[in-house]
Design a binder for this molecule. Structure first.
Ligand code: NAD
Ligand code: UDP
Length: 325
């Protein structure tokens, strides 16, 4: 039985990962300070004797006594509203958090995977984005704390690999959605579904021609596990995302149809540095991981609509529309 540490394990992606790892017969330690994660995400795991919860901030060192075999490093706020709320902290979490967790990997000889992001490509000038593309990131804009924080985390991972022989894996995650997302974290799929189900105006930022490629959480989790189990010489980075690209306006229209909503589309200012296009080139993931996403946008959205419908049964929930940045 492997002992696996998941930082950020109480968050959206982390809680799905903890659940899957336990189902596969591992002992899982979730390390989280609940900055954006929720106890309810891991509530169903707490009684499991193979699950352990450590409340701790990755910005500070943590010393494990028992051996650790693998680490998935996810701890970091991920939605633009959350990571821009305290940008200095976001940068510290990315950099100091990675530094501390790499220290645990080094001490225990553990394999460690970084949840990096498509944001490291910034507002990309190459389309779709292959891993060899170095990106187009504004170093001084409101998104930089996250984009540059993750770029620095990738650098630290590679330097620990080259200098200290730490076994690393870097995954660049593209927009992911699914049950367990905070309904009010301002991300586009949660906002649009909440608005559609409550027949409120759907808030499109800009003219809605910017594109994103959305993957369902189950596809991502499969990709993360496959990456962890690749040959040790393969460090990545590797893109994990669904290459099917949609404009934000198309997304809004699809959600209106699938939820049977009477909502109207309304247009709000585009946030600063909002990337115009984003689509993963997943050739490398296909070759090295034998991975491809399986869940279509319609199927994933239908599941998400069901999830949010359940949440709205008792109380209305306001979508978080934040165009202040
Ligand atoms: P999330 O906000 O739901 O989860 C992040 C988790 O990290 C939360 O449980 C939070 O409490 C925890 N955390 C934050 N700061 C911490 C700290 N200082 N110490 C300990 N725990 C801390 O976000 P998510 O969508 O699940 O994202 C998880 C990871 O995946 C993040 O690293 C994010 O950058 C990356 N990612 C996500 C997406 C996406 O579309 N969801 C895309 C690209 C990359
Ligand atoms: N967006 C939108 N309306 C909303 C929330 C987001 O039009 O209510 C847009 C946002 O400007 C961006 C896209 O949807 O172009 C994806 O935003 P999200 O915050 O989900 O992810 P990211 O920008 O990090 O890809």
């Amino acid at each position: 039985m492997k002992r696996i540490l998941v930082t950020g394990g109480a968050g959206f992606i982390g809680s799905h990962l903890c659940e899957k790892l336990i189902r596969e017969g591992n002992k899982v330690t979730c390390l989280d300070n609940f900055l954006t994660g929720r106890k309810e995400n891991i509530h169903h795991l707490i009684e499991n004797k193979h699950f352990e919860m450590v409340e701790h901030d990755v910005m500070h060192p943590y010393f494990f006594i028992d051996p650790v075999d693998e680490i998935y490093h996810l701890a970091c706020p991920a939605s633009p509203i959350h990571y821009q709320r305290d940008p200095i902290k976001t940068m510290k979490i990315s950099v100091l958090g990675s530094y501390n967790v790499l220290g645990i990997a080094k001490k225990h000889g553990a394999k460690i995977l970084l949840a990096s992001t498509s944001e490291i490509y910034g507002d990309p000038l190459v389309h779709p984005q292959p891993e060899q593309y170095w990106g187009n990131v504004n170093t001084i804009g409101p998104r930089s704390c996250y984009d540059e924080g993750k770029r620095c985390a990738e650098t630290l991972f590679m330097d620990y690999h080259r200098q200290e022989n730490v076994r690393i894996k870097i995954v660049r995650i593209f927009n992911t959605y699914g049950p367990g997302m905070l309904p009010d974290d301002g991300r586009v799929i949660s906002n649009f579904i909440l608005q559609a189900l409550q027949h409120q105006d759907i808030t499109i930022y800009g003219d809605g021609s910017q594109t994103r490629s959305f993957q369902y959480i189950d596809d991502l989790i499969e990709g993360l596990l496959k990456m962890m189990h690749t040959d040790e010489r393969f460090t990545g980075p590797v893109n994990i995302g669904n290459p099917r690209e949609f404009t934000i306006k198309e997304l809004a229209e699809r959600i209106v149809v699938l939820s049977g909503s009477s909502s109207k589309l309304v247009y709000k200012p585009l946030p600063v540095d909002d990337p115009k296009q984003r689509q993963p080139d997943i050739t490398l993931a296909h070759e090295m991981l034998d991975w491809k996403p399986k869940i279509s946008l319609d199927e994933g959205l239908t599941r998400m609509i069901g999830f949010f419908r359940g949440k709205l049964q008792h109380n209305p929930i306001e979508a978080k529309v934040d165009i202040s940045c």
